[in-house]
Design a protein around this ligand. Structure first.
Ligand SMILES: Cc1cc2nc3c(=O)[nH]c(=O)nc-3n(C[C@H](O)[C@H](O)[C@H](O)COP(=O)(O)OP(=O)(O)OC[C@H]3O[C@@H](n4cnc5c(N)ncnc54)[C@H](O)[C@@H]3O)c2cc1C
Length: 204
């Protein structure tokens, strides 16, 4: 198997999920896990956005800056997370208890998939279309979609994160959704014991 978990989409939810999973590298239950992210960013809602209302992000920061900085933060702090550039996913197919993820260039086998590709009604990933339904929390006129899920879980070992999970489109909500999915996966790897990753300032 190429990856224990493969995240699809390099926007707010996908990169947040990758950062939290990557940050668990010192936990014994996560240390040997292979984590990958298909870092496609060409159709991110962050492209063209300007942020003044997100805690922790300096007012005036552009979405394009966040796209670049997110990749750099992941590369610098958690280099074991494999970033796959210049590939777009066309199909996700079940293979045993895991999946094969097909892109325009390659095929990857993995145990868990996180789909974080945004709510566009142009959604075109074969193998996932049966989960598509109207987005419940965005204006109907926009014709956005979600993947049917219960608490981010679409099917066994298949998660959805971000606006595609049914959340309204706010950066903090999409990022929080990605982080939530990451902790669900860490909890799974930790034999069901709730898992989180916190760094703290050294005392003294
Ligand atoms: C103009 C604009 C201004 C905004 N301003 C604000 C604001 O001021 N405050 C705020 O909180 N929020 C704002 N937002 C909303 C915020 O940007 C989104 O809520 C957030 O980016 C959603 O994150 P996401 O991860 O769900 O989707 P995205 O960030 O869109 O990420 C989805 C990713 O999936 C990738 N992808 C798509 N298809 C595939 C595929 N087949 N294979 C692989 N990858 C794929 C895309 O390239 C993209 O990188 C704004 C949005 C826009 C459009």
């Amino acid at each position: 198997m190429d990856f224990d978990v493969l995240i699809i989409g390099g926007g707010a939810a996908g990169m947040s999920c990758a950062l939290v999973l990557g940050s668990a590298v010192k936990k014994p239950f996560a240390a040997d896990k292979r984590i990958g992210i298909i870092m496609h960013q060409r159709s991110s809602a962050l492209d063209g956005a300007l942020f003044n209302n997100v805690l922790g992000i300096a007012p005036g920061t552009t979405g394009n800056e966040l796209l670049e900085r997110g990749k750099e933060q992941l590369r610098t702090l958690y280099p074991h997370v494999v970033q796959i550039d210049k590939e777009k996913v066309s199909e996700v197919r079940k293979k045993g208890s895991g999946f094969e993820v097909v892109t325009n260039k390659n095929m990857y086998s993995c145990g868990i998939v996180v789909v974080a590709v945004g709510p566009s009604n142009l959604f075109n990933i074969e193998g996932l279309k049966q989960y598509v339904e109207a987005h419940p929390n965005l204006p109907a006129a926009k014709q956005r979609i979600q993947l049917r899920n219960v608490n981010h879980l679409v099917d066994d070992n298949l998660y959805v994160a971000g606006v595609l999970a049914g959340w309204r489109s706010q950066f903090a909500m999409a990022a929080g959704s990605g982080a939530h999915v990451a902790t669900d996966i860490l909890t799974l790897w930790n034999d069901g014991n709730p898992a989180m990753v916190h760094d703290s300032v050294p005392k003294g």
